[in-house]
Design a protein around this ligand. Structure first.
Ligand SMILES: C[S@@+](CC[C@H](N)C(=O)[O-])C[C@H]1O[C@@H](n2cnc3c(N)ncnc32)[C@H](O)[C@@H]1O
Length: 238
């Protein structure tokens, strides 16, 4: 199903318990991601943060100074994930708000500049056309000098989505030892039906052509499954 969008698997993330285990055992390298996000945002004061497909907001809550003021907007289709997010954010001084909905739809309605936009492991659920539009919407919502932190699954150059997924199944079955048989079946079923990875060229090209500068790729995992980018925004000429 290369480039073709399927209905979102809201039920998978409503469960959240499987993904919690993935985070707990660092199978998708959240610890490394948090180190990088922390370097980017830890001491920024009075910032506004937009978190797309926020899940339980574990990355933001673990990266920001909890005593600082900030405005946070998290968007997610899974109500249960938002419940965990609200609980996690309650330890922060910042002001948190959520929208339980599809970020692609909500992005069109939002206005104003966000200082930090995070899109973590959520873009690959959109088809290629929507992904392209996504980068342009983000560019319009990021404030001058704002930072865009984007991490997601990423195929190798020349690798098809099917090949990427086949490679993923092999790596997950070998390495995700704390995930039981039923959980692994659920994960693989989810990937098979809903994941649409793109490659580095696609991500770089779409950030570049939408006005992002200083694009850095400080993290790629050892299996070449995931990638994180940090980029900034050209200051708009007034
Ligand atoms: C793999 S989890 C990632 C959670 C978190 N961002 C992280 O880095 O761990 C993907 C999250 O994105 C949400 N999601 C996927 N597509 C979405 C969409 N179009 N609109 C809103 N939320 C979406 C899912 O419900 C889920 O909570």
């Amino acid at each position: 199903m290369e480039g073709k969008e399927n209905t979102r698997d809201v039920a998978y993330f409503e469960q959240w318990n499987i993904y919690r285990k993935v985070i707990k055992y660092n199978y998708m390298f959240h610890a490394e991601i948090i180190d990088i996000v922390r370097q980017e945002i830890y001491d920024l004061k009075d910032i506004s943060v937009l978190d797309l497909g926020c899940g339980d907001s574990h990355v933001l809550v673990s990266s920001i100074d909890k005593a600082l003021n900030f405005q946070y907007l998290g968007i997610d289709t899974a109500k249960n994930a938002i419940r965990f997010s609200e609980k996690n954010l309650s330890s922060c001084k910042g002001d948190a708000r959520h929208i339980n909905g599809d970020f692609f739809v909500e992005l069109e309605k939002l206005t104003g500049g966000f200082d930090v936009i995070i899109s973590g492991y959520s873009l690959h659920h959109l088809n290629r056309e929507k992904k392209e539009k996504f980068f342009s919407l983000i560019s319009n919502l990021l404030s001058d000098f704002g930072v865009f932190i984007f991490y997601d699954i990423e195929s190798n150059i020349g690798e098809s989505q099917v090949e990427y997924k086949t490679r993923t199944y092999r790596i997950l079955r070998k390495n995700w030892k704390q995930i039981n048989g039923n959980e692994m079946d659920t994960i693989i079923n989810h990937i098979n039906n809903y994941d649409m990875p793109e490659n580095e060229d696609f991500h770089m090209e779409n950030m570049s052509k939408n006005g992002f500068i200083n694009i850095k790729n400080p993290f790629k995992d050892k299996h070449d499954l995931y990638s994180l980018y940090v980029s900034r925004k050209h200051r708009r000429l007034r």
